[in-house]
Design a protein around this ligand. Structure first.
Ligand SMILES: Cc1cc2nc3c(=O)[nH]c(=O)nc-3n(C[C@H](O)[C@H](O)[C@H](O)COP(=O)(O)O)c2cc1C
Length: 271
């Protein structure tokens, strides 16, 4: 089966060279961000390019990123969410991954950076007039050379047998089931999608002619809708590359609890 392995090669880059992106490429990126906002078409997300990353880095040092470990890069893209609807959060992450694919195709490396814990006053000081909420930004630039023999400990992935349920939550695929349906590569590669804290909360409930995306969480946390939007983008991309040309349809207000684990139904995809 012909299946791109672009997801396997796609990695977060946390150390960037001190090299700016060419101004012409930066203006192409700006045009692309505008086109993505238009494609999204609901006005629920705004992407802005911060060309002068140094200022932003200095302001967010010690407060942005996991436990205040801010990622230093020559430029950043901010994701501004214009409303708090679930569908907007999901679609903002979906489209940010589309932006990342474009950047990777231009040879540019990226890392999502969480800034949800940064105080609102500080954000206003950094970003000026923001109408919506900025909880995530993307560090962009050219990554330093990586040692191919050292595996990043936070890049590990769960197995396909933990990712996919057949017909019923908790029921793993058996034998050649996925292969016989031509879905083995799709589920193998989609696991390489990024997720916040590498939690990989996505689960797929596979039925005869459709698949449901579920997000797993416990009663002390909220389901990660950002991670949902990200995996939806990659699932759709990979499915389309093997000739399954459906689109996700969102499911509202459906949560199932199994053995103290909550599963939020996010969407349905016809196979
Ligand atoms: C919504 C989101 C927020 C993230 N925030 C951060 C962050 O603040 N700092 C960081 O170093 N990595 C961050 N990451 C990157 C993830 O930790 C990373 O994608 C995951 O560990 C898997 O590694 P990989 O992207 O190299 O495959 C974030 C990823 C996502 C999807």
């Amino acid at each position: 089966m012909l299946m791109t392995n672009f997801l396997r090669e796609r990695k977060s880059v946390r150390e960037f060279k001190n090299k700016k992106i060419d101004v012409d490429v930066l203006s192409d990126i700006k045009v692309y961000l505008e086109s993505i906002e238009n494609e999204e078409n609901n006005g629920s997300v705004r992407f802005s390019l911060y060309e002068y990353g140094e200022k932003l880095y200095n302001e967010l040092k010690g407060v942005g990123g996991y436990s205040g470990v801010m990622i230093e890069s020559p430029h950043y893209i901010t994701l501004e969410l214009m409303n708090n609807q679930e569908s907007s959060i999901i679609s903002s992450a979906y489209y940010m991954e589309k932006v990342i694919t474009k950047l990777n195709n231009l040879g540019i490396d990226t890392c999502w950076v969480s800034i949800g814990n940064v105080e609102q006053d500080k954000k206003l000081q950094i970003f000026g007039e923001i109408i919506g909420e900025i909880n995530y930004i993307l560090a962009i630039g050219y990554g330093k050379a990586r040692n191919p023999f050292v595996n990043d400990p936070i890049s590990d992935r769960i197995g396909v047998e933990d990712l996919v349920f057949i017909d019923k939550i908790g029921n793993p695929p058996e034998g050649d089931e996925l292969e016989n349906r031509g879905l083995d590569d799709l589920f193998y590669y989609v696991r390489f999608a990024p997720s916040a804290f590498n939690k990989q909360p996505w689960r797929f409930l596979l039925k005869k002619d459709k698949v449901n995306l579920l997000i797993k969480y416990n009663d002390k946390e909220k389901p990660s809708l950002m991670d949902a939007g990200i995996i939806m983008y990659y699932f759709e991309y990979l499915a389309n590359s093997i000739g399954i040309n459906s689109k996700w349809e969102l499911i509202k207000d459906m949560v199932v609890v199994e053995e103290d684990i909550c599963y939020k139904y996010i969407g349905e995809f016809k196979l």
